[in-house]
Design a protein around this ligand. Structure first.
Ligand code: PMP
Length: 303
């Protein structure tokens, strides 16, 4: 059972987590007509009266864009203020994750986005490492990521996570830690809840937005850091066979941070991962407010 933060947000008010409940006839529960965000925060290691949120503005913009796809007008600054209030009410003392969610909250049947009430809720939980930082084994999933013409993939739409769920369980039940999904063109896309990168011959390579990936905020951070380090970068379609012979492969996301891949199917990857470790080190320093260079990615909330 997760350790949930004590205060949640539902229907425009803060209330104890256990009282934040909704009806079994909630529209989004049946049709997947919701979208969520996911961001991390930590108590400032240098200042006990401050919580540090990572790239708050980008997370709020992405959720606002997801809400727009659900015909729900929810400005990013309203989301941002609610997150700040949420953090101040909860005063977390350990590393945590915030899950804001927009959804069709009206009761009743018939799939639609018009003529149905929408709501914005939020809860949080304590969250340490989601994937092993020592290296994960990955199965190439038999499920492929949806295409943008069938699901608006620029948003974090709930319905998309049926595919992630099928892929993750398939991977776990066959003895792997995580799944790598191809897109419908047969190119490498991403993991069940993370973007994917590989290093080959000194170049950092990752699938581009046209490959039906999620616009990951960690992906963007990793690309910025790598560019600043002078590492050559290619955002382009990636073949499955390229992954298997890569020098390094890693997954990245808010929950997973930077997680090295040690094996894909029955192909072992080199255990030497200098770039993965360097990028992970820098990103960790940024999130802990130890980096001058990327200080504007950190949003401090006084508590
Ligand atoms: N892809 C998917 C499908 C995800 O759910 C996530 C997690 N949000 C990511 C990639 C990584 O995105 P981010 O770095 O913004 O967490």
């Amino acid at each position: 059972m997760e350790n949930f933060l004590p205060i949640a947000y539902l229907k425009n008010r803060f209330l104890p987590f256990q009282d934040a409940t909704i009806s079994i006839a909630t529209h989004a529960l049946h049709y997947g007509t919701g979208a969520f965000g996911g961001m991390r925060g930590i108590p400032d290691p240098q200042n006990p009266n401050q919580i540090l949120l990572f790239r708050l503005d980008r997370h709020c913009q992405r959720l606002s864009a997801s809400a727009k796809m659900l015909h729900f007008d929810l400005p990013a600054d309203k989301i941002q203020q609610t997150i700040i209030d949420f953090v101040q009410k909860n005063k977390p003392t350990v590393s945590f994750y915030i899950r804001p969610f927009v959804y069709t909250s009206g009761l009743g049947i018939a799939p639609r986005l018009h003529n149905i009430e929408k709501d914005f809720l939020m809860y949080g939980l304590e969250l340490a490492d989601y994937l092993s930082p020592e290296g994960v084994s990955c199965r190439i999933s038999s499920w492929c990521r949806q295409e943008d013409r069938s699901l608006p993939l620029r948003g974090k739409i709930s319905a998309a996570y049926i595919t992630s769920s099928l892929a993750k369980t398939e991977a776990i039940e066959s003895g792997f830690d995580e799944a790598i999904l191809m897109n419908t063109q047969g190119k490498v896309c991403e993991a069940s809840g993370m973007n994917i990168f590989l290093m080959r011959n000194g170049t950092l390579i990752t699938p581009g937005f046209e490959q039906d990936i999620l616009e990951g905020i960690t992906r963007d951070s990793v690309l910025t850091i790598a560019r600043d380090l002078g590492i050559p970068i290619q955002e382009r379609p990636v073949d499955r066979s390229e992954l298997l012979i890569a020098d390094e492969v890693f997954l990245c996301g808010t929950a997973a941070k930077v997680a090295p891949v040690k094996r894909i199917e029955n192909y072992q990857l080199p255990s030497d991962r200098p770039i993965t470790l360097q990028l992970r080190e820098i990103l960790t320093a940024v999130t802990e407010n130890r980096s001058e260079k990327y200080r504007d990615w950190i949003f401090p909330v006084p508590v």
